[in-house]
Design a protein around this ligand. Sequence first.
Ligand SMILES: Cc1cc2nc3c(=O)[nH]c(=O)nc-3n(C[C@H](O)[C@H](O)[C@H](O)COP(=O)(O)OP(=O)(O)OC[C@H]3O[C@@H](n4cnc5c(N)ncnc54)[C@H](O)[C@@H]3O)c2cc1C
Length: 529
Amino acid sequence: MPGTYDAIVIGGGHNGLVAAAYLAKAGRKVLVLEMRHLVGGAAATEEVFPGFRFSVFSYVVSLLRPQIIRELELPRHGLELIPLEASFLPLPDGDSLCRWEDPHLTRREIARFSPRDAEVYTEFGLAMRKMAWFTKAIIDQPPPAPGSLRPGDMAELLKLGRRFAGLDRDMLYLNLQMLTMSAADFLDRWFESPVLKAPMSVSGIIGTYLGVRSPGTAYVLLHHYMGEIDGAYRAWGFSKGGTGGVSLAIAEAARSFGAEIRTETPVARITIKDGSACGVVLENGDELSARVVLSSVDPRRTFLGMVGAEHLPGSFVEHIHRYKFRGSSGKVNLALDRFPDFSSRPGSGPHVRGDIAIAPSIPYLEHAYDEAKYGAFSRRPYINAVIPSLVDPTVAPPGKHVMSCFVQYAPYHLKEGAAHWPDHREAFGDTVVDTLAEYCPGIKDIILHRQVLTPWDIEQTLGLTEGNIFQGELSMEQLLFLRPVPGWSRYETPVKNLWLCGSGAHPGGGIMGAPGELAAKKILTGRKV
Ligand SMILES: Cc1cc2nc3c(=O)[nH]c(=O)nc-3n(C[C@H](O)[C@H](O)[C@H](O)COP(=O)(O)OP(=O)(O)OC[C@H]3O[C@@H](n4cnc5c(N)ncnc54)[C@H](O)[C@@H]3O)c2cc1C
C-alpha cells in the first residue's frame, strides 16, 4: 500500500528513538510520531528562560547501554558525556562528606566519620560491582519467560539459572538480601556511620513511593549502581548541552539511517483490524498505516487510552489497572545570577561538580516519606541537585548558573486529589528553596527564575501517568518477566503487531535505551517486519 510504513513508533522519547534507529538501520521504513514540539520525552533540554538551558526532567546519565552508543555511533552524532567529579553531602551542622572518583580521597573523607566504614566502603564497592556485572546480563536481554515451553525460552531460562547457580555463596546471599531488604537495613549490615548511610540509601528510593526503610528498596539501590561511562562502573555524567543531547544524538542517528521523525503529531488511537494493529489515527484525524506499531508511551496510556479495553483480554486489562505508577518526585530548576556557596564547603571547586545530596540522615529521609504517605509533599525533602553550568558553559550565560533539583517526596496523590497540585505548586517550590537555603544561605538572593514541576505537571507535559518518572514503579513485582504484565514482558502484546518499546517494558526506566533496543532487535530477529 503506498504511504505504508514498515513501522510506526509512537513517542519520540529516547527509547522510541532508539527503536526507530535500529529498525531504520536494518533498512525498514520507519516513522516516529511525537506529540511535543521537541523529541526526547523525559530526556530533553529546553531554554526555559532566555540563555538558561535546563535538563528539564532527567539530569544525569549513566545507564545508557554502551552497545547502543557504539552501534548507533552516537558520539559521531553529537553525544558527549562529562563524568561527575564527586558526590557531595552538606550537613546542617556545617560539616560535609564528599565521595570522589579517587578511592583514596573518599576513604580519607569517610574515615573522619568512621575509620571502619572507610575500610568497608571499598569492599562494598567491589561487591556491588560484582552484583552489577551479574545483573547487567539481565538488563541487556529480554527477560526470561518462566513457564514457556518454547525451546528457545527454556534454553534462556536455563542459562540464567546456571549463571545464578554459578554465583559464589556470599554473592547468592547478597543477591537474596538485595531482593528482599530495605535500602537502610541493607546498608546497616555494612556500615555504621549515619552520615555515610543516608546519602547511599537514597539510590533505593528514586522514583518510588517507598521510603528508605521499605522492603524491596535495596534492589533499586543496585539499579543505580549498574551505570557505566566508558566502561567505568557506577559512573554518572552530564550530557553536554543537557540530557536532551542524548536524545538529539539518537534522533540524528535514526535520521541518518532514513527514519522520519514528526513532532507536534499526537497519536489518538492505534488502529486495530481483526485483532491486529495496522496503523494509527492522529489527533487531527489523519490515518497512517504500518506493518507494525511500537508504543514507547506508558502501558496504561497505550492499552487503555490508544488501544481500548475492548480489544484486550479481560485479565490483561485487570493487570494494567493494577500496574503501579504512584509518582513521587518533582523537579525545581533554578536560573542563578552567580554560583551558590555552600556554607559547609564554600567555593565552586570539584566537590560541587557532581551531584549534591540534601539527605542528612535516615530519620530525615523516612520522615520525608511519612508526610508523603498521607498525601502531602515533604516539608523537608530529599533533594538531589546538580549545577551542570560549572562544567558545561553551553547551558547558562557567562558567570550565571543553572541548578537542577530533583525532589522527593512530591506524591501525585495529594490528599486533596492530584488535580489540586497547581494550587500547591509554588508552596512546593518555596519548600525546596527554603530547604536549600539551610545549606546555601545566600541562594534566595541569587535566583533569577525558577521552574517548578510537580508530578501532575510531569503527567500533563509528558503524558507520564501519575507523573511516575519510570513509566511505572521499579519495584520487584513490576520488574523482569512481570513488567508490565506477567506473560507479556517481552515487548509483544496481546494485540498482534503491537509492541512496547518504552520504559514501561523490561528493564524499565532511566536513560538506558534498553527497552527500545531490545524491542527493535526482537522484531528484527523474529522477522516481524
Ligand atoms: C523528573 C525526572 C527526572 C529523571 N531523572 C533521571 C536521571 O537523572 N537519570 C536517568 O537515567 N533517568 C531519569 N529519569 C527517568 C528517565 O528520564 C526516563 O525513564 C526515560 O527518559 C523515559 O524514556 P522513554 O523514551 O521510555 O519515555 P518518555 O521519555 O516518557 O517518552 C515518551 C514520549 O512519548 C510522547 N507521547 C506521549 N503520548 C503521546 C501520544 N499520544 N502521541 C505521540 N507522542 C506521545 C511523550 O511526549 C514522550 O516524548 C527522570 C525522569 C523524570 C520525569
